[in-house]
Design a protein around this ligand. Structure first.
Ligand SMILES: NC(=O)C1=CN([C@@H]2O[C@H](COP(=O)(O)OP(=O)(O)OC[C@H]3O[C@@H](n4cnc5c(N)ncnc54)[C@H](O)[C@@H]3O)[C@@H](O)[C@H]2O)C=CC1
Ligand SMILES: O=C(O)C(=O)COP(=O)(O)O
Length: 616
């Protein structure tokens, strides 16, 4: 038997109480399962915010305090570009809303550390500097529209900031604008209008081209592209499309043939652009591309200016390769005063008006307000751009497993002996579900959160979990084990293994030498069911004391008495043993954190070989 002197007392690096005084985030340990979806655990939000003190007279002091208390519990949302009233009303019902339009980059950076959410359209660059200036307070950026190329997504992810957009409400507006540009370009509407207003009557100069029977190539067959295609078919055009990722059956349903990039641009009389601006689409239309188009092609762009090399387009217009262009979007917006493209006589321009209809702006405002409010409440948004999109029903089913996953990570890492450094993590899910039926990204993120947070000052959430793990050189692998006993529940168990580490609680090591903890959800409550190779059963609430002892009568009473004397309430106790009267592991769930003297007394019980206190 190990002597008392050989036993060491292990406390977590920082207690839960210490940690919560250090962190501006709530930890999932303080989040009850039943309230999980309305809690801020996924994004680690803190909704109690500082408030400027307004001036009130003494008589209104009580009211002022009540108003302050209510306002202080509300998050602050900075709306940096014009947003529809319906969206603003929704936001005001939930948050303090600061509408400050046309902020210079420095002004935005100065304000942002006072804001929990930022809402922008395409006119605001949300750069890395903005996320850095936010000092951890900014939890969500809402893009009131589709394109998120003005938001530095990498920086957002690194800072654990969720980015949501409003992907559907302006689709029709953008498609209608594309058709408006197509038709007005073909009939020189803008040029003829300007000419008449200059006092001229030039009927011969503005002879147009017909649309019927012409081939339109839709580049990017997503939401806007397919609506443009539908409308162009109604105008009697022959529509083809290029989109490497679009399903062929969707194209077939609209009567559109999907073709290769080169086929599309060489066959088209009109080319309409509808792909996002990404590193692979930037300047996709360049000198080389224009060399392959049908001479005299007409180009419409309501997607993003950066998809076209604008200098190359000017050259193609000058030499007649491109007959006309109609552009709503530009590489630099607002466009420089001397832009050759804007001033070109063969070019029709609008100042990024694709989404600017009354209807679309109301729709977008509501869509983004709902997404931002949901995110501030800690729900996973369906339109998250930099985090897994988990449908609400899946989320509610996974909720207790989310807590279990974090607690297992938190437990496992506290069992590591100082200095051994965690590198390899394996998460094993036992489930009766098909792999396609069980999205484990959120569980993996929560295991990561549980492992990293107790040993660092980094705050991990669903947005930055994978990134943070990678940064810290943590290799997380996942394994699925099919277990057909319980098809009605998503998971039978989750096991977390830390490979190639030493443990300060040797009994937590499996036969393979890994720290191993496993848990299950029972009646909605996460339970610890395995430590190393010992089966236990203790609900993962409060804190945990694990002891290995020589199995003998009276041990439970002995430990219980020491804790009871110090007024530490035991909420759960379980003993797992290898064989009667050999070794046993006692897992004791305690509501309070015992002081060091109490833990020392437990350690001094002769039959106890090793023990560890773990904060959950
Ligand atoms: N001018 C304006 O005011 C507006 C502009 N937009 C822009 O329109 C574009 C499309 O928006 P949505 O249709 O809502 O997006 P979406 O995501 O539904 O569709 C984009 C499509 O482009 C495809 N794509 C990606 N890379 C491609 C490539 N290399 N070649 C061909 N296709 C490619 C994707 O597979 C996807 O089907 C975006 O850039 C968006 O920002 C959207 C709304 C308003
Ligand atoms: O939704 C988009 O992608 C748009 O380009 C619309 O931009 P806006 O919101 O009008 O600045």
């Amino acid at each position: 038997m190990a002597s008392v002197a050989a036993k060491s007392l292990h406390l977590p690096a920082a207690t839960a109480a210490e940690r919560s005084s250090l962190t501006p985030y709530s930890t999932a340990a303080s989040v009850s399962f039943s309230s999980l979806r309305s809690q801020s655990s996924f994004l680690g939000l803190r909704l109690a915010l500082p408030l400027k003190t307004p001036c009130f007279s003494k008589r209104t002091e009580g009211r002022r305090l009540r108003i302050e208390a209510a306002a202080a519990a509300r998050p602050t949302v900075l709306v940096a570009e014009k947003l529809g009233d319906a969206g603003l009303d929704l936001l005001r019902g939930f948050a303090n809303v600061d509408c400050s339009y046309n902020l210079a980059p420095e002004e935005l950076c100065a304000k942002i550390s006072l804001c929990d959410a930022l809402i922008v359209r395409s006119g605001t660059k949300v750069t890395r500097e903005v996320f850095e200036a936010a000092k951890g307070r900014l939890k969500v950026v809402g893009r009131a529209g589709v394109g998120i190329d003005n938001v530095d997504l990498q920086a957002a992810t690194e800072h654990g900031c969720l980015v949501v957009n409003a992907p559907t409400a302006n689709t029709v507006a953008a498609a209608e604008h594309g058709i408006a540009l197509l038709a007005s370009m073909a009939r020189n509407v803008a040029q003829a209008d300007a000419s008449m207003k200059a006092g001229k009557w030039q009927r011969n100069k503005y002879v147009g081209v017909s649309l019927v029977g012409k081939t339109l190539a839709v580049m990017g067959f997503g939401k806007v592209g397919s609506e443009v295609a539908r409308r162009a078919k109604g105008l009697g055009m022959h529509v083809i499309a290029h989109d490497p990722y679009a399903p062929a059956d969707r194209a077939r349903a609209i009567g559109v043939e999907l073709v290769s990039f080169d086929e599309a641009i060489s066959a088209a009389d009109f080319i309409s652009l509808h792909m996002p601006l990404t590193p692979s689409t930037a300047k996709l239309f360049n000198d080389e591309t224009f060399a392959k188009v049908k001479k005299g092609v007409r180009i419409i762009n309501v997607a993003r200016g950066g998809v076209i090399d604008e200098d190359a387009l000017v050259r193609a217009l000058d030499d007649g390769t491109v007959a006309q262009a109609a552009l709503d979007v530009f590489t630099v917006e607002p466009t420089p005063k001397d832009s050759k493209l804007v001033m070109h006589e063969k070019v029709t321009v609008t100042p990024h008006l694709g989404a600017s209809t009354v209807e679309a702006q109301e729709g977008v405002a509501i869509e983004i307000a709902e997404a931002v409010i949901g995110a501030l409440k800690g729900e996973l948004a369906a339109t998250a751009v930099n985090a897994p999109m988990v449908p609400a029903e899946v989320l509610s089913e996974l909720a207790p497993y989310v807590i279990l996953a974090e607690k297992l990570g938190r437990l496992a890492v506290q069992l590591v002996a100082g200095g051994s450094g965690v590198k390899g993590v394996k998460v094993v899910y036992k489930s009766a579900r098909d792999p396609d039926d069980l999205d484990t990204r959120i569980l993996r993120a929560m295991v990561t959160k549980g492992i990293i947070e107790p040993i660092s000052s980094v705050f991990v959430n669903i947005v930055n979990a994978d990134y943070t793990a990678k940064q810290r050189g943590l290799r997380i692998s996942e394994e699925r084990i099919f277990h057909d006993d319980t098809p009605e529940i998503p998971l039978d168990s989750i096991q977390v293994q830390l490979t190639n580490v030493e443990s300060k609680f040797a009994s937590a090591l499996s036969d393979a030498g890994d720290i191993r903890v496993e848990g299950r959800v029972k009646d909605g409550i996460p339970h610890l069911t395995l430590v190393g190779s010992f089966s236990v059963d203790v609900s993962l609430e409060g804190n945990l004391i694990l002891c290995r002892q020589v199995d003998q009568p009276g041990m439970i009473g002995h430990v219980g008495r020491i804790l009871g004397n110090q007024n530490v309430n035991i909420n759960f106790m379980s003993v797992g043993r290898t064989a009667p009267r050999k070794h046993a592991i006692m897992a004791i769930g305690v509501d309070e954190e015992p002081d060091k003297e109490t833990l020392k007394q437990i350690g001094e019980i002769p039959a106890i070989e090793e023990f560890v206190f773990l904060g959950l």
